[in-house]
Design a protein around this ligand. Structure first.
Ligand SMILES: Cc1cc2nc3c(=O)[nH]c(=O)nc-3n(C[C@H](O)[C@H](O)[C@H](O)COP(=O)(O)OP(=O)(O)OC[C@H]3O[C@@H](n4cnc5c(N)ncnc54)[C@H](O)[C@@H]3O)c2cc1C
Length: 340
């Protein structure tokens, strides 16, 4: 309706999904086959779903007769080829899909804001499609909330486009790399892929090159306009812009504790009240002792203590070695787009 399009590329390939119900003791992990005898020259994958359902996925190639491929007998023969004789199964669902990797140029068009697959689409390899859409919503919801309440300027919404387009491009890059590894698009790509596969069994250095294992992770936002200062000589992985890394804390997990749907302070190794007055705004604070090893490694490095300002979408907004309400007030202002 708005005459907007996508930039990107279509992958010329088809994949058959056959979900089967079977009582089987296959390994509970995502398994890939490259050029297996039951699907020569193509890939296949199997992973477990709930209720004894197993998802089987067969690469078919580009030039296929979709109707013939979806014929029950043909699908059953493929399944039998993969799982072997002696295991009973029912077909639960079959479908053929193709995919493309593409993104809109702008995600915000006045009052119309694009999120999820309407803004960007990726290959299914890497679990970045639905995850990316949920992260879009996570990024947008608190900004809309503040703007609607009059607590932030409308321009805060522009940062949704900046941050999520950056994430969209990152997801496209990684999921395209995985797709290219699985379904090489040129003889040179195929040669590289096959060489990696020959090496991985014996040579550890080649294992990270198996791109299909690179699963979704949230974007580390580099476009720092909305992020406050980094006044801690701390670990890179929890620097402003990063998705707050999770870790066990006592019997719980940090991200389970940091779910206030609001900006909050995380104080490690430093006493703070549970509600802190920052220029009239009350910020909840989580106060943790600096004792869990992973917490120290991911948030303190060599520092004995640290203060983090965490956004409602659990990205780190700013961090300091000491607590100063004025520093926090400044970072809060910056993170909500209230600086020109
Ligand atoms: C085979 C396959 C495997 C995948 N595996 C994964 C995975 O493991 N992990 C992962 O993160 N992602 C995965 N994805 C991607 C994921 O499914 C999508 O990214 C996700 O569903 C997108 O969600 P969405 O809400 O943005 O869009 P959609 O799920 O497409 O939802 C849009 C909805 O809007 C409705 N709609 C459209 N037009 C209108 C209209 N005019 N009025 C009202 N309603 C309308 C549609 O009917 C639809 O229900 C996979 C995709 C495929 C194809």
């Amino acid at each position: 309706m708005m005459g907007l399009g996508f930039d990107g590329r279509v992958f010329e390939d088809n994949f058959l999904i056959a979900d089967i119900r079977a009582k089987a003791d296959f390994p509970i992990e995502r398994r890939f086959w490259f050029d297996p005898a039951f699907n020569p020259g193509q890939t296949a994958l199997m992973h477990r779903q709930p209720d004894d359902v197993w998802r089987l996925d067969f690469q078919l190639g580009w030039d296929i007769d979709r109707k013939a491929e979806l014929n029950d007998d043909k699908v059953r023969a493929r399944v039998r080829g993969m799982i072997g004789e002696g295991i009973d199964f029912n077909l639960v669902w079959t479908s053929i899909y193709t995919f493309r990797c593409c993104t809109m140029d702008e995600y915000v068009h006045g009052p119309v804001i694009f999120a999820g697959d309407s803004a960007h689409q990726v290959s299914p390899f890497g679990a970045r499609g639905c995850n990316g859409g949920i992260q879009d919503a996570d990024n947008l919801a608190w900004k809309l909330d503040l703007v609607c309440k009059g607590a932030a300027p409308k321009s805060l919404i522009d940062s949704y486009h900046l941050e999520r387009k950056e994430a969209g491009l990152e997801n496209i890059k990684n999921s395209s790399r995985s797709a290219d590894f699985l379904t090489p698009r040129s003889p040179a790509h195929a040669l590289f892929r096959d060489a990696v596969l020959d090496l991985v069994e014996q040579q550890p250095f080649a294992r990270p090159m198996v791109n299909s294992g690179r699963l979704s992770s949230p974007c580390f936002y580099a476009q720092g306009r909305l992020f406050g200062e980094d006044a801690l000589d701390g670990p890179l992985r929890s620097a402003p812009g990063s998705p707050a890394p999770d870790c066990p804390v006592g019997d719980d997990f940090l991200l389970g504790i940091l779910k206030s749907n609001a900006f909050m302070l995380l104080s490690i190794g430093l006493e703070l009240p549970h509600n802190v007055d920052i220029s009239g705004a009350i910020l909840p604070a989580i106060v943790l002792p600096a004792k869990d090893d992973l917490l120290r490694k991911r948030y303190l490095g060599d520092n004995p203590q640290a203060i983090y300002l965490i956004r409602p979408d659990q990205h780190v907004a700013a961090r300091w070695a000491e607590f100063d309400p004025q520093d926090v007030a400044r970072a809060l202002k910056q993170s909500t787009g209230r600086v020109s």
